[in-house]
Design a binder for this molecule. Structure first.
Ligand SMILES: [Zn+2]
Length: 428
């Protein structure tokens, strides 16, 4: 079979998968997961040195691994005989040159940014990428006569989305490194039907008020804060959709109702509970489709919040209330019994956004055990006082000792990195 044909079939398979998934019963979802996991064991894990000794065991007997272990064991996890150092060299060279076409023995190589400094390394085959792209497009594309024009703003493109180019859409990648003005000109000329960008970039785009009329707007790559969502929705006069996708897997996407659901037909997602009562958990991912570099029981440091209520769209995939961000961003503060208390990022965000309509930008960083650094724009006394008292109130309610606040002016740094409004810079 020709390479192009194989790619096309993989894309269509992914696309159909995505379209069918939302109709499945819970029982059927679990059955599909099991069948696909068995197939994965037979066809891929049996040829992985790291996993071959687990084959024929149930999933819960496989080790849960984190990014560091996944990277460390790259050579014996991957099934294509690829070498870690060579793969890193190629990925780093691509990042530097912004040319993401070079491959490694026909496989595409990408890096994932780490919050705690360690980088992830991910390789995929042409077919895996085509299937992945087909699945994403199937999840997100509204029906249209004629091809969609998809504008995609991203830090690095890793060839993933270009796999879909030409089949159902025309895809254009906008490199964030190029700066916004240049990109906006290109964007207006391209006139996208679908606009995909990180939330902070969408916000910058609407500041420029470009003449574009996308039928769908999708926020990716960072937490979409409720206030930003409202702003974007009122500008574009439509629901803002989200995909929650990282190099580790395509975890969730919004449905027709605008609610997030886990993609449980291509992933098995175990829940590591952080707080079951509030529905907060970190996902442990098993990708049922990746064979070049298996992702098995991979622990992601993100916090997701489950929503138990059924969704009007009818999907039986687990519904999420929100993606709260990296677990690294939980603040740990002490109470007067010297116990550490979790302060979730949305507590901080919710306290700040109600302070004043004048507050344009902020970032709160736990820099020491007992200290928060708070960057604000505009930087004035009234807002400072209001924030201090809102945070005092929050910490009193949580029964934690009030930390020291240090205020400074918020400065916009546009380095293409993910924007995190709530950040912890000390170890838990
Ligand atoms: Zn739904």
């Amino acid at each position: 079979m020709g390479k192009q044909l194989k790619k096309m079939i993989a894309f269509i398979r992914g696309f159909i998968n995505a379209k069918l998934g939302s109709k499945l019963s819970r029982e059927k979802i679990e059955k599909i997961q099991q069948t696909r996991f068995n197939k994965l064991q037979r066809e891929a894990l049996s040829t992985s040195e790291f996993y071959s000794c687990y084959v024929n065991k149930p999933l819960d007997e496989y080790p849960v691994i984190r990014k560091a272990i996944h990277v460390e064991n790259f050579n014996i996890i991957n099934t294509a005989g690829l070498d870690k150092d060579t793969a890193f060299e190629i990925a780093i060279a691509s990042e530097k040159s912004r040319d993401f076409t070079p491959d490694y023995k026909g496989f595409s190589v990408g890096l994932s940014s780490g919050t705690s400094g360690n980088r992830g390394l991910f390789v995929t085959s042409v077919e895996e990428r085509a299937q992945w792209a087909g699945y994403i497009i199937g999840k997100l594309l509204p029906f249209r006569c004629g091809k969609h024009r998809v504008a995609f703003f991203l830090r690095a493109n890793n060839n993933l989305y270009e796999s879909s180019n030409g089949i159902l859409l025309i895809f254009k990648f906008f490199d964030l490194i190029d700066g916004l003005n240049k990109n906006i000109k290109k964007l207006v000329k391209f006139n996208p039907t679908i606009l995909i960008a990180p939330a902070s970039v969408l916000l910058k785009i609407i500041e420029k008020k470009p003449k574009i009329n996308p039928v769908k707007v999708i926020a990716i790559a960072e937490v979409l804060e409720a206030s930003d969502k409202r702003l974007l929705e009122s500008y574009f006069q439509q629901k803002i959709h989200q995909i929650y996708q990282c190099t580790e897997g395509f975890v969730a996407a919004t449905c027709s109702e605008g609610n997030l659901h886990l993609n449980e037909d291509v992933l098995i997602i175990e829940k590591k509970w952080i707080n079951q009562e509030s529905g907060r958990f970190s996902p442990i991912l098993t990708d049922l489709k990746r064979v070049t570099q298996p992702v098995i029981r991979y622990y992601l440091d993100d916090i997701l919040i489950e929503d138990k209520a059924p969704c009007a769209c009818g999907s039986n995939f687990t519904r999420l209330k929100a993606i709260e961000g990296r677990k690294d961003d939980i603040f740990y503060l002490r109470n007067n019994r010297n116990e550490l208390i979790d302060v979730f990022p949305d507590f901080i965000r919710n306290s700040l956004i109600i302070v004043s309509a004048e507050l344009i930008e902020y970032q709160v960083i736990q820099s020491e055990k007992n200290k928060l650094v708070i960057y604000i724009l505009p930087f004035n006394e009234v807002i400072r006082k209001n924030i201090s008292s809102a945070l005092d109130e929050l910490f009193n309610r949580l029964d934690v000792l009030i930390p020291q606040y240090e205020f400074d002016e918020f400065k916009v740094i546009d380095n293409g990195k993910k924007r995190r409004r709530v950040m912890r810079q000390i170890d838990g």
